[in-house]
Each structure stands twice: as C-alpha cells, then as structure tokens.
Design a protein around this ligand. Structure first.
Ligand code: KIV
Length: 271
C-alpha cells in the first residue's frame, strides 16, 4: 500500500508528537533518487542518508572513508525524490569531531547544498560542543549512541555495546545530555533491549533503535540489508524482508542467456 502524498510532511515536531501518542516511528536508509522515491511512496517516516553508504554503495569495510562531498552527492539525490519523509544526513567521520566550527561548516554545507532537513552525529559528551554549535544555527540534530561505527577502531569490534554497568551509565548520561542540549531524537545501536527501554522511558525525545529491542520509539534498518541485497552481513537484529540478491542475479542471468541466444530483442522490441 502506498500512502497518499497530500498528507502532512514529517517534521521533527511530528516525530515528537508520535512519541507522545506512542505511535512508532519507521526509519530506513537511502542513498539514491530511485530507492528514496520508492521508500517515501511506501510511507516511511524518516529517511537517513547514512554514512553506511561507505559500505553498501562504495564497498569500503567501514564508514570512515566516505567524504563530506560524497555524502552531499547522496543526500541531494535523495532529497530530490522525497515528498513526505524527514530526511536526515550523517555528518561523516572527520567532519565534526573535536572541532565545533568545522562541525557547523559541515552541517551548513549539507543543509545548503542538499536541501535535507536535519543531520546526525555519533557520540555523547565528547561531541557536545559540536552538537551545541550546529544547533545554534537552527539545524536539527539527531544523536547516535551505543555502537558508533565511526569509532570502530577505538572499540575494535562490532559486538553489543553498554553491556557493563560503566558503559550503560555513560550511555544514559549521554542520552540525557543530548536531550538537554536540544537534539530532536537519538539512534541507539546494538545495545541491550532493557537499557534501550529505560532510555526511551526516561528521555522525552524519540529513541530510534537498531538492535536495541522493541521497546523504543521507532526502528531503523539499512535498506540494502532489509531487501537482502547485502549477503554477508547477518546480525541477529536484522530481519530480511526480501531476497533481492538472488532475484537480481536470476534476472541478470536470464538477460545474459537471452542476449547470447538472440531471443532478446524480439520483433516487438525492435523498431
Ligand atoms: O549509517 C547508517 O546507516 C546508520 C544507521 C545504521 C543508524 O547510522
């Protein structure tokens, strides 16, 4: 079922209302015009132009290499397709950490050059100044705590985060800090469901989970994982809604065979 596109656009205010009404928020990644158009037509609430583009679009083994210019290219393609969803763009690694002026200029480039509605940054207390400065320019900021892939070399693995008391305490403090600073929502990635539930209950802004259990305010997945385009990545939290990799391979195999046997194009497909 596709939604009627005359409906109200999703804004940060709408997300806040959804939390109050206990209506779950749906969020997916997109990196290009065609996919973003389909996802928006299907009625998704939030589209994240994630720096996971570094993995699924560019083939790197982490999110670190993608550049601000590349994120701007992906984000402007997505924005051209979207009529209803809120579009959030990841600030890439190296464009905001440890330098709040750089953070502001990166965020301004994203907003000006793509037409997106908000940006996302990974981290808590350590990026507080950057979050504050970006917010001071009227740019909505989504936080991201728990497994923060841009810090993969600090942690060394992609295992579940905040399992011990010390890390859980810091995560809760960081969630409060992001809320007080003015973030409009927070992504919690790969943390125990009980901890995510507690954060979603205690803070007033929407909490969007990925590998954080069901008792949060919404869920996000990478579209290539949901559709089964990626094959090697199979974490426990991932539900695949399709097996597009084998469908795409099958279609391409049929095309190759039709070209080789000259059954494509036929007369009707010729001028
Ligand atoms: O980059 C991304 O796709 C993300 C989501 C996994 C939340 O940050």
């Amino acid at each position: 079922m596709s939604v009627h596109l005359n409906v109200r656009k999703v804004t940060t205010h709408v997300l806040h209302e959804m939390k109050l009404k206990k209506e779950k928020i749906s969020m997916l990644t997109a990196y290009d015009y065609s996919m973003a158009k389909l996802i928006d037509q299907a009625g998704i609430d939030v589209i994240l132009v994630g720096d996971s583009a570094s993995n699924v679009m560019a083939g790197y083994d982490s999110t670190l290499p993608i550049t601000l210019d590349e994120m701007i290219y992906h984000a402007s393609s997505v924005v051209r397709a979207v009529k209803r969803a809120l579009v959030v763009v990841d600030l890439p690694f190296g464009s905001y950490q440890g330098n709040s002026k750089l953070a502001l200029s990166s965020a301004i480039r994203i907003m000006k050059e793509t037409g997106a509605h908000a940006i996302k940054m990974e981290g808590g207390a350590e990026i507080k100044d950057s979050v504050k400065r970006v917010l001071s320019a009227g740019i909505p900021v989504m936080g991201h705590l728990g497994l923060t892939p841009q810090s993969i070399h600090k942690f060394g693995t992609y295992v579940v985060r905040a399992k011990n008391e010390e890390e859980a305490k810091k995560l809760i403090e960081d969630a409060y800090l992001l809320e007080e600073t003015g973030c409009f929502a927070i992504v919690l990635e790969k943390i125990p469901a009980k901890l995510a539930e507690r954060v979603a209950k205690e803070v007033l802004i929407p909490i969007i989970g990925i590998g954080a259990g069901a008792k949060v305010d919404g869920q996000v997945l990478v579209i290539h994982d949901l559709l089964g385009i990626t094959q090697e990545f199979s974490p426990r939290f991932l539900r695949r809604y399709h097996n597009l990799s084998s469908e795409i391979r099958g279609a391409v195999e049929n095309y190759i065979s039709d070209v080789k046997s000259v059954s494509f194009p036929n007369e009707k497909e010729s001028y």
